[in-house]
Design a protein around this ligand. Structure first.
Ligand SMILES: C[S@@+](CC[C@H](N)C(=O)[O-])C[C@H]1O[C@@H](n2cnc3c(N)ncnc32)[C@H](O)[C@@H]1O
Length: 281
């Protein structure tokens, strides 16, 4: 299934008039956001670490020559950008194309190699299970999936060394743990939390004054990182009990979740949250 952009209207509303503005789309995916920004008159620099998006990006480049570019790298590489932007937008997680292709190994609904690498490079989920100790594997299951009895499952995984999605699924005793276990491994394989933290660290200096950072998250762990980072940016700097306190560098933009209408059309938008901030100085 082609990816249906999530919370696109909310993102567009939060950005306001973007005619002639320069935007980073940190997560190109199927290009739904990039296209909407370009059609509203913006220039876009996009990132995506999945090499499968390159052909869609090349087509978009033909349609909008000189207005669009894709950097096929992890978005933590925004730190290497040398100019400032009017907006930096993250639509986190995986795309429908990634989840729907069994060979990518993201889905527990179809059999495929236990891969889960967005970039198709580095260690796959099967490699991680081979390499990590039972303790480290259990930590991943606990921290990224809130899996109960993580030690028992980690032990079973180390013994069985699953190589396919359904082999892994067959080891998970409780059906309600299946999705969290797959999510936990995916987060670890793709270092999703580290990527997000590193990228957000670069955002304040990369935004122009009046520039906005908008994040759409899909699970509580990434939402917590975004919420806490934005809270820090929107809080006055210094000890409030002392006379010299610097005004916060950012102000919040409204938080949004999908409407019932959007969820009817796109149930995959279910857990999405949009948060945004605007740079004041
Ligand atoms: C939810 S999709 C984005 C969909 C896009 N907004 C659209 O409208 O088509 C997320 C995309 O971000 C990419 N991605 C996730 N984490 C990334 C990272 N750290 N660096 C680069 N790309 C990443 C994934 O490969 C995926 O293609």
């Amino acid at each position: 299934m082609k990816h249906i952009p999530v919370l696109l209207n909310a993102v567009i509303n939060a950005l306001g008039d973007i005619q002639g503005k320069k935007i980073v789309d940190a997560t190109f995916g199927a290009g739904g956001y990039s296209r909407a920004f370009l059609e509203s008159g913006a220039e876009v620099v996009a990132f995506d670490r999945d090499p499968n998006v390159i052909s869609d990006a090349e087509n978009l480049k033909k349609e909008f020559p000189d207005k669009f570019d894709l950097i096929p790298k992890p978005f933590s590489n925004i730190s290497e950008l040398t100019e400032q932007f009017d907006a930096i937008v993250f639509d986190l997680g995986i795309s429908s194309m990634q989840i729907d292709i069994p060979e990518r190994g993201f889905s527990f609904r179809a059999d495929g190699p236990l891969d889960m690498r967005m970039s198709e490079a580095g260690d796959s989920a099967a490699d991680l299970i081979e390499k990590l100790s039972v303790e480290d594997l259990a930590k991943i299951l606990r921290n990224y999936g809130d899996v109960k009895k993580a030690g028992v499952l980690a032990n079973a995984m180390k013994n069985a060394k699953p190589k396919t999605t359904l082999e892994l699924k067959s080891l998970i005793y409780s059906p309600k743990d299946v999705a969290p276990v797959f999510q936990a491994l995916r987060i670890a394989v793709n270092d999703e939390m580290g990527e997000l933290e590193r990228a957000l660290n670069s955002v304040p200096d990369l935004l122009k004054v009046g520039g906005k950072c908008i994040c759409v998250t899909f699970h509580s762990l990434e939402d917590r990182i975004v919420k806490n980072t934005f809270k820090q940016w929107t809080s006055p700097v210094g000890d409030p009990r002392l006379p010299i306190v610097e005004e916060a560098r950012f102000k919040s933009v409204k938080t949004e979740v999908p409407t019932e209408e959007e969820l009817n059309v796109n149930p995959r938008a279910r857990s999405a949250h949009m948060r945004g901030v605007i740079k004041s100085y």
